[in-house]
Design a protein around this ligand. Structure first.
Ligand SMILES: Nc1nc2c(c(=O)[nH]1)N[C@H]1C(S)=C(S)[C@@H](COP(=O)(O)OP(=O)(O)OC[C@H]3O[C@@H](n4cnc5c(=O)[nH]c(N)nc54)[C@H](O)[C@@H]3O)O[C@H]1N2
Ligand SMILES: Nc1nc2c(c(=O)[nH]1)N[C@H]1C(S)=C(S)[C@@H](COP(=O)(O)OP(=O)(O)OC[C@H]3O[C@@H](n4cnc5c(=O)[nH]c(N)nc54)[C@H](O)[C@@H]3O)O[C@H]1N2
Ligand code: SF4
Ligand SMILES: [Mo]
Length: 695
């Protein structure tokens, strides 16, 4: 008789690029496989809740298509033909090719390219140690956070806000430009708690009736890229109707009188014409947040993926400063808590070896970099060798036509370290199999909360998978790169990093799984001063001075509004491109991750675009019919989904499907531009003007 399987429950952390960074409770079966994955019940932010796609993680970690052996390309580039090789052969070949490239054109011709496929600090950021040791080109990580973070810091001076658990103590939770039901489920957990226990209202500001909007008490569906107009009109009403907290502003903000005067013409009528909202909707929203001082503004990334996105973030953030909500428990604003962790990443990233003279190439403009755009190359040598971890640019990066042309270059050597044969891995010369988070040790932080967390190795990896750290260290040895970090274990690096950052030791962290580093309310509510010199919240943004590690290209910063205002920097629709497309997240994918798991694929179906039924009728499109969307960057085929939850003239394509999942083989990022967004670069994924026609 077989013994029943032995199931133990172990703590871990979701490693995916998601603000929730959930604390997990993982079933380990017979020490070898994964069963159910739950949210840790005793971590106060996760509060026992995680998304469905990670609850089904067994289907991803034990997926039959996982890469388990190093591979070498055996057919033409991109043919998908590979042969297995040993680790030594694979690493030797990568090292030889990188050394040869360096000998020919100097170290800057090599570009280590990575992102946040894992958010573990050791595994994600260790690639920078290799880069610094070798003086390879740096990467300006612009693809996700630039506009949102700079817009928030333009007001507060620091990337931190009110404890997100205080949402449960609010009388009004404003979920602005984030589809929290899909992208960070815990926000809903705390917001609905406030509704249940205190009768709080939930407001959602978005551009279509998504799952979060469905849950809201007040839904504001505006035209894409018009959030600043809404914010201005709301503040106009607050001043006009005596709902502004003048005493709080006098004590804590920089220029309330100038703001009030500036907003005199930003009436609800003015904003209604820009946003498409009604005057009544705008007035209702203003009176709600004006009357309920405990209003919590949970500001997301989505509305900042517009060419005016940083200005929009700053404008929305100004509302709780006008109402004085910051002064109240359960009131204020939150976007991300990056600043509270004060990590010392010197060891992980090899800061002692950093040479500031080495060029830094823009992640978002990888298509232009690889196709030889002199400006994108910062005037330096072409990139002839890529080493990639934790990211899938041949699906997720803008200007896909250029990205694909670049990866197809015969004179480009590409090594990709991956868990699956992604579209990027398929373009590689060498593919290396990577571990998943439950198969290696790492340290995590919650962007959307306040915990330092430990995720230890719980099971063995399949086949010959190796972790990022193992691969970086093995390459370093072959490339003559020297740094103590290459000889340490991930646990040793984690322990040293925790100590250097003032977060205790690994032994302490491991014993309790997580450490809550939430600053006290005086700090989180900025009662002890905002982080700008003088300690005041800034209605008047000083964009060039905004503290952000801007090392890359800048957008048209000089044209940005200083006092909050609508800024027409977006790709406005015109006669040739009458529709505004946003590429919003799919609930069952996470960027391009989970496009390989049957549970997610089954729920998402096929690439489609939501279109208003009247627009569809005008184009002669029927439900499920193929529609072609295009602009100067290219065109894409999708199935039409008729939906009256989008405005006329707006199109929503959810999810980053592989290019290959689309008829014609061109994915949604074919249409998205990579021109740097103001102030400090980034990609405007939801700001795309297109034409549409039946295909
Ligand atoms: N299920 C799922 N979860 C994810 C991801 C995913 O792809 N799928 N991605 C992860 C990553 S990397 C990140 S950075 C976060 C991002 O998570 P979010 O902060 O939620 O940001 P987005 O996913 O970009 O978009 C959120 C919403 O913004 C809306 N939006 C677009 N333009 C505008 C606008 O002009 N105004 C307003 N008000 N709304 C607008 C979109 O329609 C969408 O509903 O989510 C993470 N979590
Ligand atoms: N159209 C459109 N495009 C977008 C967006 C959008 O909203 N619309 N959002 C953008 C945003 S916000 C972001 S952040 C980017 C994200 O884009 P990416 O960084 O490419 O994120 P993923 O597509 O999830 O790919 C991460 C990859 O890392 C791999 N991986 C995970 N863990 C490890 C590991 O430990 N080691 C190694 N070697 N590999 C690992 C996974 O298998 C996966 O293939 O996409 C951007 N692209
Ligand atoms: S909500 Fe985000 S952090 Fe939590 S389990 Fe899902 S993907 Fe991971
Ligand atoms: Mo992101």
């Amino acid at each position: 008789m077989n013994a029943p399987p032995k199931i133990v429950r172990r703590p871990s952390v979701c490693p995916h690029d998601c603000p929730s960074a959930c604390a997990l409770d993982v079933e380990v079966i017979d020490g070898a496989t994964i069963g159910r994955v739950r949210g840790a019940a005793d971590q106060s932010y996760t509060d026992g809740v995680i998304c469905a796609k990670v609850a089904r993680y067994a289907e991803r970690i034990h997926h039959p298509d996982r890469l388990t052996r190093p591979l070498r390309r055996s057919g033409p580039k991109g043919s998908g033909r590979f042969e297995p090789v040993s680790w030594d052969e694979a690493l030797d070949e990568i090292a030889a090719r990188l050394l040869a490239a360096e000998a020919r054109l100097g170290p800057e011709t090599v570009w280590p390219y990575y992102y946040a496929g894992t958010m573990g600090l050791v595994m994600r950021d260790g690639i920078n140690r290799l880069r610094h040791a070798k003086r390879y080109s740096g990467m300006y990580a612009s693809i996700c956070t630039n506009m949102a973070w700079t817009g928030f810091m333009a007001g507060t001076g620091r990337l931190a806000g009110v404890d997100p658990r205080e949402m449960a103590l609010s009388d009004c939770v404003v979920i602005w430009g984030t589809n929290a039901v899909a992208t960070q489920v815990n926000v809903m957990r705390h917001a609905t708690k406030a509704r249940r226990e205190r009768g709080a209202k939930i407001v959602a500001v978005d551009i279509y009736r998504n799952a979060t909007v469905e849950q809201a008490d007040l839904a504001l569906i505006l035209k894409p890229g018009t959030d600043a107009a809404l914010a201005c009109a709301v503040m106009h009403v607050l001043f006009r109707d005596g709902l502004a907290d003048r005493a709080w502003m006098a004590a804590h903000a920089d220029a309330p009188e100038a703001l009030e005067a500036h907003l005199a013409t930003r009436t609800p009528q003015w904003a209604a014409a820009i946003t498409g909202l009604s005057v009544e909707e705008i007035e209702a929203f203003a009176h709600l947040v004006g009357a309920r001082k405990r209003s919590y503004f949970r500001l997301g990334y989505g509305f900042t993926r517009q060419r005016n996105g940083a200005a929009a973030m700053h404008a929305a953030l100004c509302i709780p400063a006008v109402t004085g909500a910051w002064a109240h428990e359960g009131g204020g604003a939150f976007h991300n808590n990056g600043a509270i962790y004060h990590w010392d990443k010197a060891l992980i990233e090899g800061h002692d070896l950093r040479d500031p003279a080495v060029r830094i190439l823009d992640q978002s403009r990888i298509g232009r970099v690889l196709t030889g755009d002199a400006e994108a190359l910062c005037g330096g040598p072409p990139v002839t060798a890529l080493f990639i971890q934790n990211t899938n640019p041949v699906s997720v990066a803008p200007e896909q036509a250029l990205v694909k042309a670049g990866f197809a270059r015969e004179d480009l050597f590409t090594a990709v370290h991956e868990q699956f044969m992604t579209e990027t891995a398929a373009m590689a010369d060498i593919v290396l199999p990577a571990t998943m988070f439950l198969e290696h040790d790492d340290l995590y932080q919650g962007g959307g909360h306040s915990h330092v967390m430990w995720g230890g190795r719980l099971v063995d990896a399949p086949g010959e998978c190796r972790s990022n750290h193992e691969v970086i260290s093995a390459l370093a040895a072959r490339l003559g790169a020297e740094h103590p970090g290459f000889a340490m274990t991930p646990r040793e690096i984690a322990d040293a990093t925790l100590r250097a950052s003032g977060h205790g030791t690994l032994a302490d962290l491991e014993a309790r799984s997580w450490l809550d580093v939430q600053p006290p309310p005086e700090t989180a509510h900025y009662r002890d001063g905002f982080a700008w010199p003088g300690g005041r919240f800034r209605f008047r943004a000083d964009w060039p001075a905004t503290p952000y590690a801007h090392a890359g290209p800048m957008g048209p910063i000089g044209a940005m509004p200083t006092l909050p205002d609508q800024w027409d920097a977006i790709e406005l629709a015109d006669a040739a491109r009458p529709f505004r497309l946003a590429t919003s997240p799919a609930r069952n994918f996470l960027n391009s991750t989970f496009t390989e798991t049957p549970g997610s694929l089954g729920r998402e179906g096929a690439p489609s675009v939501m279109i208003h039924p009247e627009d569809a009728a005008a184009l002669g499109l029927e439900e499920g019919g193929q529609v072609e969307l295009g602009n100067a960057r290219g065109s894409v085929l999708l199935a039409a989904k008729l939906f009256d939850g989008v405005r006329r003239g707006v199109l929503i394509a959810e999810g980053v499907w592989p290019n290959a999942a689309h008829k014609g083989g061109r994915g949604i990022n074919t249409l998205v531009g990579a021109d740097p967004v103001a102030p400090f670069g980034g990609a405007a994924f939801h700001d795309v003007a297109v034409w549409a026609r039946p295909a």
